[in-house]
Design a protein around this ligand. Structure first.
Ligand SMILES: Cc1cc2nc3c(=O)[nH]c(=O)nc-3n(C[C@H](O)[C@H](O)[C@H](O)COP(=O)(O)OP(=O)(O)OC[C@H]3O[C@@H](n4cnc5c(N)ncnc54)[C@H](O)[C@@H]3O)c2cc1C
Length: 473
């Protein structure tokens, strides 16, 4: 690393927020660094969520997250078009099973109307006609047709690929451990692999955002992990759904959902469990959590069963003490921007968060000039070229800009030292949440890893101590 280079902007954190900001910055005449502590992007909350682009009607009045979720929902059309990455808009249904539920739906409808988000209340008959697998005790639902679903990993990988294509310098495997401060500025970013200098520093470090903020002397924020566990199922006529299905929400969360994923699987979850501050890296799943997921979602879709489980996983929401997104710039240091506390619906809000941060960058720099030669590699074009991935030398030149890696490439990753993380590494990156992962890909992958002497538990369990589904049906 050249310690002499001074980037115009450095973004810390390769989740949807940091990668989205870096991608948007790459449209301008700026030199940009993206610093991520993991070996690749999308390893935080962004890989452990429901993948829903919420319609944006239900966050509290006056909250930043409410404002940015509504804007972000619309802006996903732009990202999807620019990157060629799939966005479906199946719409969502919030189900009511009693009169108090209907009262709640009326409140949500009023919120939607006030915010200009299309929502309607539909009858029991309309719900059952649209969703034959729903519990027939339903008495009505709120339908939000603009709710969408994406594969978050694929989006982030393409934001990353395209940021890099347009000049972003990635610093993977670089953990930010401090800042050198003087004259009201961050002079240097101290990382596990040397220092990086930038005129503007943006903190998008997710669950660790409060720690990174404290390096800049801004230590009034605290972020706590709130875990959510999931079960991903292959589709089945007994439980397939067309919309994202919500129960009537609680104060803490939107509840445990049934989601038709972008690739056609069925995702059920998440739980909502507050963890100790130091447990942000705890992504284990548990029998207790998975049983709760199963019991609660079976109240919505009684035909659910877990025989076709693809995998279980968990993610940690970054729950800030402000209960809202923290997107701010400061007088001291005057070259620092926080984009932290990005709890749910942060995936939805991400493009609007990027827009807001870019406005702040513009306020600091005075003006931003668009590049004439900005262009994107779209998902379809990568898909065609993936056939050529069996040519290892050519594939090599693509690393780390891979889409669906071939088996030879995985073998190469093994030789390179990825080893027992290989399964997790590929399953949770570009392969996304697909069924192909559950069948052909997964079986091949497991065979290779067993042949190489790994133990079965290490392979099947996403993380040590995580549990496969053993729910009582
Ligand atoms: C269970 C669950 C369900 C959710 N469902 C939805 C949903 O359906 N729809 C929705 O809109 N939102 C949802 N969310 C919220 C959404 O996932 C998050 O708001 C979003 O992913 C936050 O992105 P981020 O980039 O801020 O954080 P992350 O994705 O956590 O990224 C932060 C990155 O910073 C890196 N980092 C941390 N510390 C350092 C350091 N010191 N140096 C360098 N790098 C560092 C991390 O490795 C990580 O890659 C859900 C979240 C969870 C957990």
């Amino acid at each position: 690393m050249s310690e002499n280079k001074v980037f115009d902007v450095a973004v810390i954190g390769g989740g949807i927020v940091g990668t989205g900001i870096a991608y948007e910055l790459s449209k301008y005449k700026l030199s940009v660094a993206l610093i991520e502590k993991s070996v690749q992007v999308t390893q935080g909350a962004t890989k452990g969520n429901s993948g829903i682009i919420h319609a944006g009607y239900d966050d509290p009045e006056g909250s930043l997250r409410g404002e940015l979720a509504a804007k972000g929902n619309k802006r996903y059309d732009d990202w999807s078009r620019e990157l060629g990455v799939g966005l479906k808009r199946p719409g969502s249904l919030v189900l009511a099973f009693d009169e108090s539920g209907i009262e709640y739906l009326n409140k949500l409808k009023k919120l939607g109307d006030e915010r200009g988000v299309p929502v309607e209340i539909i009858s029991k008959e309309e719900v059952i006609a649209a969703e034959p697998n729903i519990n027939s005790e339903v008495i009505g639902a709120l339908r939000a047709p603009t709710a969408g679903i994406i594969c978050p990993m694929r989006f982030v990988n393409f934001l990353f690929k395209n940021g890099v294509k347009n000049g972003v310098t990635p610093f993977m495997d670089h953990e930010v451990t401090g800042f050198e401060l003087s004259d009201d500025k961050i002079q240097k970013i101290i990382t596990s692999q040397g220092n990086i200098s930038a005129k503007i520093v943006i903190n998008a470090a997710g669950a660790f955002g409060d720690t990174v903020s404290s390096f800049a002397g801004i230590d009034k924020y605290e972020i706590h992990p709130r875990k959510g566990e999931y079960i991903l199922l292959e589709p089945h006529p007994d439980y397939n759904v067309n919309h994202v299905i919500f129960p009537t929400p609680t104060k803490e969360s939107k509840g445990i959902l049934v989601v038709p994923t972008e690739t056609g699987d069925i995702l059920i979850g998440p739980t909502s469990e507050n963890l100790h501050k130091n447990s942000s890296d705890d992504l284990t799943t548990s029998n207790l959590g998975l049983q709760e997921v199963f019991n609660k979602t079976r109240q919505l879709v009684p035909g659910l069963h877990t025989g076709l489980t693809v995998k279980t996983y968990a993610g940690n929401r970054a729950q800030p003490n402000t209960n809202d997104f923290i997107i701010e710039k400061y007088n001291t240091p005057d070259n620092f921007i926080n984009a932290i506390g990005i709890r749910s619906p942060g995936l939805t809000a991400a493009p609007a968060i990027a827009d807001m941060v870019i406005e702040m960058v513009e306020e600091i720099t005075g003006a931003l000039e668009l590049k004439e030669n900005f262009e994107t590699i779209k998902f379809e074009s990568i898909d065609q070229s993936k056939k050529a991935l069996s040519n290892i030398e050519w594939a090599d030149s693509l690393t780390p800009n891979l889409d669906s890696p071939s088996m030879p490439l995985m073998e190469k990753a093994w030789d390179f030292g990825v080893k027992k993380e290989l399964y997790n590494y590929f399953c949770f990156s570009d392969r996304g949440l697909g069924v192909d992962l559950g069948a052909t890909f997964q079986n091949e992958m497991i065979k290779i890893l067993l042949e190489r002497g790994l133990n079965y538990n290490e392979i099947l369990f996403r993380l040590k101590d995580s549990q496969q589904v053993t729910v009582k049906e």
